[in-house]
Design a protein around this ligand. Structure first.
Ligand code: SF4
Ligand code: SF4
Length: 345
């Protein structure tokens, strides 16, 4: 049975404008995500629904890193009443809403920067342990958790459909039926089979969220993230010099995983090395065998810092020693076997 959609209100009359509109301010949303989870598409659907179907003014754009799956993506939506033209095209620095698509992004302080003290912070995580990082949010902000990945996996959808449902469920003036219709229309042309699954994911996102009480410890708005360039024309090094060469050992690929990870059950492992042959990212850690007459080298585990969750190792393992598991907060940190222990301070 379909979950009910939240009750909605008209938004294009003077009494029910988006929060802040009457004070000449826009309603601003920042999606914090990584490539492949659909943040850009979510922002596009929200802005399209607001502008073409709800009579509002709106703007949407995204910023990408290398545009590679797994890199940081930020998507910005700015909405205003129909009498409020939008002439700003800068990124959203002081959002009313931040929507976090992946738990690993909570580790980055830039994710929550600029959140208003009366803002809303929606993050994707299963129920259970509440991340410590949420203490850095404003005391008076509304904090909402939804298991977007778990729902998406179950409904064969993507987290963006779930999180669109959650923002509609938490802001009643956003017409959930209209946003859902826009989402369905978007997919009807590209992937008709995804319409029903996305709809169910959206409905569950609109109703299956949890408000986390009394977690933020900061008074007032959070500061804006602005990075000043380290070097200017007076201080830059001589041309062609790389004073800080990159080193892939410091790379952290954790954000590339989208909910599933390989887990080793040592007792089943025959140390054949097939997993190592197929792993594209040098994640499997080998050590001296306990009984060298049997195995000279043994598989000790996975360094999840480099694992992007492609699961080729799981598919190739002949004994089932590597199995796929849903990644819950902290699981990778607990099971990680470091490839370069000397790098851990
Ligand atoms: S493929 Fe499976 S059995 Fe072989 S080393 Fe890897 S985990 Fe062990
Ligand atoms: S999931 Fe992919 S990246 Fe991670 S250890 Fe297995 S093969 Fe390597």
């Amino acid at each position: 049975m379909n979950a009910p959609l939240p009750v909605n209100h008209q938004v294009n009359d003077a009494t029910s404008l988006p929060p802040g509109s009457s004070a000449g301010k826009f309603f601003e949303v920042r999606f914090e995500s990584i490539g492949g989870l659909g943040a850009h598409a979510a922002g596009h659907v929200l802005a399209t629904a607001a502008v073409l179907r709800m009579g509002m003014n709106g703007a949407h754009f995204s910023s990408y890193g290398s545009e590679k799956k797994g890199s940081v993506v930020r998507s910005f939506v700015r909405l205003g009443a129909d009498n409020q033209p939008i002439r700003v095209s800068a990124p959203v620095e002081t959002p009313d809403v931040i929507i976090v698509f992946h738990g690993v992004l909570l580790r980055n302080p830039a994710t929550s920067r600029g959140l208003r003290s009366d803002g809303t912070f929606i993050y994707n995580a299963p129920a259970g342990v509440i991340p410590e990082e949420l203490k850095a949010l404003p005391r008076s902000a509304r904090v909402i958790r939804v298991d977007a990945l778990g729902i998406a996996l179950k409904e064969k959808s993507r987290p963006n459909a779930v999180l669109l449902g959650t923002i509609c469920g938490t802001f009643p003036w956003l017409d959930a039926a209209t946003v859902l219709a826009t989402l369905s229309e978007e997919f009807a042309g590209k992937n008709p089979a995804a319409v029903a699954t996305n709809e169910q994911a959206f409905r569950r996102g609109a109703s299956e969220f949890e408000i986390i009480e009394s977690i933020g410890e900061v008074d007032g708005d959070l500061p804006i993230a602005r990075s000043d360039p380290e070097w200017g024309y007076e201080t830059q090094p001589i041309g062609a010099v790389l004073p800080e060469p990159g080193n892939s050992a410091w790379n952290d690929m954790s954000a590339s995983r989208t909910g599933l990870m390989p887990v080793l059950e040592g007792a089943k492992c025959i140390h054949c090395g097939v997993c190592d042959l197929v792993c594209p990212d040098f994640c499997l850690v080998w050590g001296d065998g306990a009984d060298t007459s049997k195995f000279e080298r043994e598989l000790m585990g996975v360094d999840y810092r480099y694992c992007k969750g492609c699961l080729r190792c799981v598919e190739s393992c002949p004994t089932g020693a590597l199995a796929q598991e849903i990644e819950t907060p902290g699981l990778a940190d607990r099971l990680r076997v470091p490839l370069f222990p000397e790098m851990i301070k």
